[in-house]
Write a protein that binds this ligand. Sequence first.
Ligand code: MN
Length: 718
Amino acid sequence: MDYAAALLTKLPGASRRDLGLRDLLDTLEVYLPKEQVDMIMRAYTFAAAAHRGQTRKTGEPYISHPVAVAQDLADMRLDAQAIAAAILHDVVEDTAVSLADIEKDFGPDVAALVDGVSKLDQIEFHSRAEAQAESFRKMILAMIEDIRVILVKLADRLHNMQTLDAMPAAKKARIARETLDIYAPIANRLGINRFKVELEDLGFRYLYPFRYRVLNNALQRSRGSQKPFVKRISDEIEATLATEEIQGEVVGREKHLYSIYKKMAEKKRSLNEVVDVYGFRIVVEDVNTCYQVLGLVHSLYKPMPGRFKDYIAIPRVNGYQSLHTTLFGPNGLPLEVQIRTRDMHRVAESGVASHWQYKADEKSDATPQRRAREWLKNLAELQRSGTSEEFLESVKVDLFPDKIYVFTPTGDIMPLPKGSTTVDFAYAVHTDIGDRCVATKIDRNLVPLRTQLQNSQTVEIVTSRDAKPNPNWLTFVRTAKARTAIRHHMKTMRTSESTDLGRRLLDQSLKDLGSSVRKLGKVRMKTAIGELGLGSNDELFEQIGLGERLAPLAARFLMGADQAGKPGVGQASLVIAGTEGMVVSYARCCLPIPGDDVMGYLSSGRGVVIHRNQCGNLAIFRKQPEKWIAVGWEDEIDREFSSQISVDTRNKPGVLAEVASTIADNGSNIEQVSVLGRHEDCSVLSFVLQVRNRQHLAQIMRAVRKMSNVLRVSRDCA
Ligand code: MN
């Protein structure tokens, strides 16, 4: 018997309201054989019975939710097991049904998928907290086992976001933040654009309802007025393709809201600047035609120099491929054009999920499946060797890709995270090359190993057979691969070797501070060793030699007694004294500026992070005194720092503009403005500004405080 057809006729109230089942069935029948569709319909009957009587917060019967999740996956042509698991995904969690029941009726594969999704549900993400590392790790591990688990989970989250209105306000914000922090980046990393875009827009909408409304209204208005222009350009391009007898589809592309918002926030553009860019996509049959069409549009409109990107030759890390170019359209309006094949388009929309859709060419290493698999494999290796924190760091680097591309001397392209040094490059080529590197040439010029790489440089590593990794490299390497390899090497060294090495490194660092192990004297060494909770000098040397403790840091600590009172005395031209040879960054939580009392905290993988002494986050770190170094500002600092202030104002028209112009008049750039709160007659505005130092900030705050509509000004600190 045709189970599916029978089910539909039996469905209670099917004619009135089938809760999405009919659409789902229509989609499934296009690409799945009948037995599999029947199996999915059995899953539906099973889940509908289990959820009977339950409703969503929206008032809909609960079964409407798993059906919607299944529909999203069916649209991407996922296999029958994944669709069945999507329909059953909340059954174990929310009803009396057990996993064994599911296994009995639907087999071990579907049961394993349901189990994976249920387990993910139990993970609570506490964004930006330490617990995050462990949660994230579990999530990644689930992905490694079966990527379909995460696809179901993403579709689940998407539908929950689509129906978020019914939730209480506090919950909305938390879920929205988690969606932006965790789920959208994962969707992006897996190349599932259709999920990413919607997750981002919904996350933005619920996290920043006010900004969303303002931006959305403005965007609707401008889109209306742009329509004729977009049509005209599309027609012109289509006509040109036709004269060359090229089959191709031209569409005007709309940027999604969150990407517009991010562009405005990050690049500090006005809405008009961002929106007055017109996007077009041209989809053609094959790769050669892509380049041919590129030539055609370049002859139609003048290309903007430096804006052409060939993501066909160098796909993005998630497998995305396209040609990108920007043209000067009529009246000089910029036209952003993407040119790709149909296959590339499918990959651009569905990423890793396009695998199920069409059996992609597995030989090509550009397939998103292959890339996702490699990524996950690397993560699996990493999580065996690194700490939770390190693991998270590197996952984050992967999820928030800021890649640069450099070349090997033979012209191979090597993608690396932004901020990578030549040592990272060496390890990326091969662990042996990393272990034995002694010098580097960038574009044929010798440079120090710690040099950070820039896009499109050619990098050549000079190796020596006797060379060994230096634990001090840990202070500047960026990639987890390099860090893990260096640590690994250190661990295999004999104790005596590492003790020797550690002693030499420490002496070197002490010398930079005008001292040495001998000069410090036995008494100071002994106290310091005690303070560090170590048994002997050798133990300290060994830790340094093994790369577990950084030499410059230990040197600072040993000097502590006579340095503490006057940090940074006598150091030349550095912004932060006491951090020689280390990567320095400024904590986003407390935004320190010159003149603030600060401390340096050694963060794994990030070098030294400078915090203000009164930063609320310090409490957690205080338990590890060995990770602190005394630091101070240099006298002459020639750069600007971010700082954040809150301004309480009366609700008068134009107040925001007045405050902003006062800030600008006092020589500061505004990086970001947000409205933190709006009450009946007053508002709280928050500004992130660029200032030179405390005096500069104080001057700005004084000027703002004097304004007639300003009630209160304060500097923010976490
Ligand atoms: Mn669910």
